[in-house]
Design a protein around this ligand. Structure first.
Ligand code: ATP
Ligand code: MG
Length: 263
């Protein structure tokens, strides 16, 4: 048995910080001495672009090709061809081609577990595999949920206070019942938080009332900061770009908090 933990970072709401969280959690875990593989499972390929790959469509091997290998029951390319390495982080990149996989999956047997079958090949080499999901609850996200041990949900306070999570939680419950009985929810990470306003404190207490009985809401909150945009412009995690900034410290604290709950 490998000790690899597979984390899916999911929320069907767009622009809530999934990709930023995937990158910075991966970076924080790697800084703690863990071997981490990131998988970009969003055809928008934002995570791939975070690594300076501006034209993902020119990549030779992406998650699309690897999933197609599993679907077609073909042998995978050599690991060195599947995975890109950047200092302490590894990445299976993505390109827009991945959007075609949803169509290809329609007539495939066991279509929900293609990603699960794929990651089996890499688990032995990593402590954590982090999957960055697209903002939708289609077959790709179901594949991520089927493959993972746990789900981490980044969300803004406004979205949570509008009870926006119901659909995601329903989907996780259905996946748990039918495909992946072991799946757990790690918790909700509040992103783009501005603690100065009285409103956000009120919203926070509403959220705690609505969710905290059932789901962990991480103590660490990620503040709004222009540093996030600046860092991605430089192709860096914000922890690497400006380690002393509030948002970098928040992601580092979150990494420690995440680890403190154990696997
Ligand atoms: N804490 C933050 N402060 C300010 N801007 C942020 C913060 N986190 C993320 N952003 C910015 O908000 C935008 C959306 O963030 P991100 O791409 O991480 O969200 P996402 O949930 O992955 O989006 P999508 O659903 O499109 O995949 C990006 O432009 C990012 O730079
Ligand atoms: Mg994203």
């Amino acid at each position: 048995m490998s000790n690899c933990k597979i984390i899916s970072i999911s929320n069907q709401k767009g622009g809530v910080g999934k990709t930023t969280t995937a990158l910075n959690l991966a970076y924080a875990l790697a800084e703690n001495g863990n071997k981490v593989l990131l998988i970009d499972l969003d055809p928008q390929s934002n995570l791939t672009m975070c690594f300076g790959i501006d034209r993902p469509e020119e990549l030779k091997t992406t998650i699309y090709d690897l999933m197609m290998c599993v679907i077609d029951e073909k042998e995978l390319p050599d690991k060195s061809k599947c995975i890109l390495s950047f200092n302490n982080l590894d990445l299976i990149p993505c390109s827009i081609e991945l959007s075609a996989v949803e169509m290809s999956l329609v007539n495939v047997m066991s279509r929900e577990v293609i990603l699960k079958m794929l990651v089996e090949n890499f688990k032995a080499d990593y402590d954590y595999i982090i999957v960055d999901c697209m903002p939708a609850l289609g077959m790709l996200t179901v594949n991520a949920l089927a493959a993972c041990d746990s789900v981490l949900i980044p969300a803004t306070a406004q979205y949570l206070s509008a009870k926006g999570l119901e659909l995601l939680l329903q989907t996780i419950v259905r996946v748990k019942k039918r495909i992946n009985p072991h799946i757990r929810i790690d918790g909700i990470l509040i992103t783009m938080y501005s603690e100065r306003t009285k409103l956000s404190k009120e919203i926070l207490s509403l959220i705690n009332d609505a969710y905290s009985e059932h789901i962990r809401i991480f103590e660490s909150k990620i503040p709004v900061s222009v540093k996030v945009g600046e860092a991605s412009f430089r192709y860096k995690s914000v922890i690497e770009y400006d380690p002393k900034s509030k948002v970098a410290l928040a992601y580092q604290d979150f990494g420690k908090e995440y680890l403190s709950y154990g696997n």
